[in-house]
Design a protein around this ligand. Structure first.
Ligand SMILES: C[S@@+](CC[C@H](N)C(=O)[O-])C[C@H]1O[C@@H](n2cnc3c(N)ncnc32)[C@H](O)[C@@H]1O
Length: 273
């Protein structure tokens, strides 16, 4: 089982594959103003954001790395299906950087990481690694959610059980489920001057029947089917019955006509001068 908390079960990939540049990196879009940019997507997962980024820099090149060979294969397939040719996916780890096509340090106009730092035991180390890969004049764009700030309607005690458990399991693995609110602080520690860091938030809302089916159904399945299940059991904070209850809560929330879910994502653009 990978160190990455969720693993790459179908229920997890369903959520990652919904992501586009528009719904997941609005903070970066204004900086993709030159069609020839060289971009690196770190922890690209199934690559739907990556491919979208590539269509915005048609004369440029987008490189993407992820330690999971399985998910890189899926990303390559998605790219072929979309007919996009200016993307190169490689199995890779940000902590073991290997030159891609001879692109060394300070070789990228844009380095991007979406929902990655929260899963690492050393987010500061990753921020420093990504910083050194950006060219002078380029940007580092990072976005992560904050589980503590997730919100919902209607009230349901089971949702607090879900939130508390998720945060405990992730923190127990040395990860940072509330990373979204501290990205600017990590960037400061990584050596970016405050004036070179733009901090903002971007949100996801799930409320229509289709959106609720997607979000609640994904969490119900993830809780009892993905790697998260085993990691939650191993943590000692939950038993099978607790996970079944949490999955049932998500199924109930899905059916509520007045159901509403909000995800707050912290985002930073860090400029390399
Ligand atoms: C939540 S997923 C995000 C995927 C994609 N960026 C997206 O938003 O759809 C986090 C990804 O980070 C990858 N990852 C974990 N550790 C990593 C590391 N050390 N270097 C690069 N990627 C890593 C995982 O394999 C996983 O695919």
């Amino acid at each position: 089982m990978s160190k990455y908390l969720h693993g790459h079960h179908a229920s997890v990939l369903r959520s990652h594959s919904w992501r586009t540049a528009e719904n997941s990196c609005p903070h970066l879009l204004p900086y993709l103003d030159n069609p020839s940019l060289k971009v690196l997507d770190v922890g690209c997962g199934p690559g739907t954001i990556t491919v979208d980024l590539a269509t915005r820099v048609p004369q440029g090149l987008v490189y993407a790395i992820d330690p999971s060979a399985e998910v890189i294969e899926r990303a390559r397939k998605h790219t072929a299906e979309k007919g996009v040719t200016n993307v190169r996916f490689e199995v890779g780890d940000i902590f073991e950087w290997q030159s891609l096509d001879g692109v060394e340090e300070a070789g990228f106009d844009v380095v991007h990481a979406h929902q990655v730092l929260q899963h690492l035991q050393d987010p500061l180390g990753a921020m420093k690694e990504m910083k050194r890969l950006v060219k002078p004049g380029g940007v580092l764009a990072v976005r992560d959610c904050n589980y503590m700030a997730m919100d919902w309607w209607p009230e349901h005690p089971g949702m607090h059980k879900w939130q508390d458990l998720y945060i405990k399991v992730a923190q127990g693995l040395g990860a940072y489920p509330n990373m979204g609110k501290m990205l600017h602080a990590v960037a400061l520690q990584a050596g970016f001057p405050r004036e070179d860091i733009e901090a903002s938030i971007g949100t996801w809302t799930f409320s229509t029947p289709e959106e609720r089916a997607f979000w609640c159904g994904m969490w119900a399945d993830r809780t009892v089917q993905s790697d998260y299940k085993q990691k939650a059991l191993d943590s000692g904070f939950a038993k099978e019955a607790d996970l079944e209850d949490i999955a049932a809560t998500w199924r109930e929330m899905e059916k509520k006509e007045d159901g509403w879910f909000a995800v707050i994502n912290g985002q930073v653009i860090c400029h390399i001068r």
